[in-house]
Design a protein around this ligand. Structure first.
Ligand code: PEP
Length: 249
């Protein structure tokens, strides 16, 4: 049985007061027993969020990290620093990191390796841009992103990897991939993993969909066979919306 996962990526939102309010609303909701619910606050809110969510089954995860252990990297955070405050999962490769901060698949590969070496769990994001889909290159683009960033990893570490397929044209746009488009791509990704590794690695891997998941479309998307949950941006900032989404399985 694969994990069902709903992770909220807060991006650069929520100060300490908003964090407190949002998390207290989430805490008072019923978290389904069979869904792993995660929130990714900004770095400055990680410790407070850990404290507020103590004794709940909502995990606090990070939005990014640097591949280096330590050193002259002004403004950066290492895996060891995250582990030091018991943040054990990190999102790597979000499309905003790729497009705004120029993180290539080569750079992301180093980040993934560093996170896994620190015994962290990684949610690895990837997905095609609109033009690439329009020109029917989306499968090729996704295959290449996975090949460069992940396919040199040994099979043993895949138990600590979660994939998040996020078509760039659907992120923050209100435009969602149809459940069929998500299913087709997720099935393709699972096939690639089976080809490059083996069937059981592919079958055990959680593949999340991200891109304008909202309360009104979550159930339909999550009911697809190869969709194991969602990475949620905008809707994770509103307690009621996020609760409806993680309750939608
Ligand atoms: C995201 O940023 O990963 C995302 C999926 O955002 P949204 O849900 O707002 O489209």
């Amino acid at each position: 049985m694969r994990d069902k996962i709903v992770a909220g990526n807060w991006k650069m939102n929520n100060d300490q007061y908003q964090t407190k309010e949002l998390l207290s609303n989430l805490k008072s909701s019923k978290i389904p027993d069979d869904v792993r619910v995660m929130v990714a606050p900004s770095f400055t809110q990680l410790s407070q969020s850990k404290n507020l969510l103590n004794n709940t089954n909502i995990s606090v995860i990070a939005q990014n990290m640097n591949a280096a252990h330590s050193g002259a990297y002004t403004g950066e955070i290492s895996a060891d620093m995250l582990k030091g405050i018991e943040v054990n999962t990190v999102i790597i490769g979000h499309s905003e990191r790729r497009s705004i901060f120029n993180e290539s698949d080569e750079i992301l590969k180093e980040k993934v390796k560093a996170a896994l070496a620190a015994d962290m769990e990684v949610i690895f994001c990837f997905g095609e841009e609109l033009q690439e889909r329009k020109t029917n290159n989306h499968y090729k683009v996704v295959a290449n992103q996975l090949k460069v960033a992940l396919f040199e990893l040994p099979e043993i570490v895949w138990k600590n990897l979660i994939l998040a397929y996020e078509p760039v044209w659907a992120i923050g746009t209100g435009e969602t991939a149809s459940p069929q488009q998500a299913q087709e791509m997720h099935a393709y990704i699972r096939k690639l993993i089976a080809q490059n590794y083996n069937q059981s690695t592919a079958e055990n891997l959680a593949i999340l969909y991200g891109g304008s998941v909202k309360p009104n479309n979550a159930k339909e998307i999550f009911s697809e066979q190869d969709v194991d949950g969602g990475l949620i941006g905008g809707a994770s900032l509103k307690a009621n919306d996020f609760i409806e989404i993680f309750s939608a399985f």
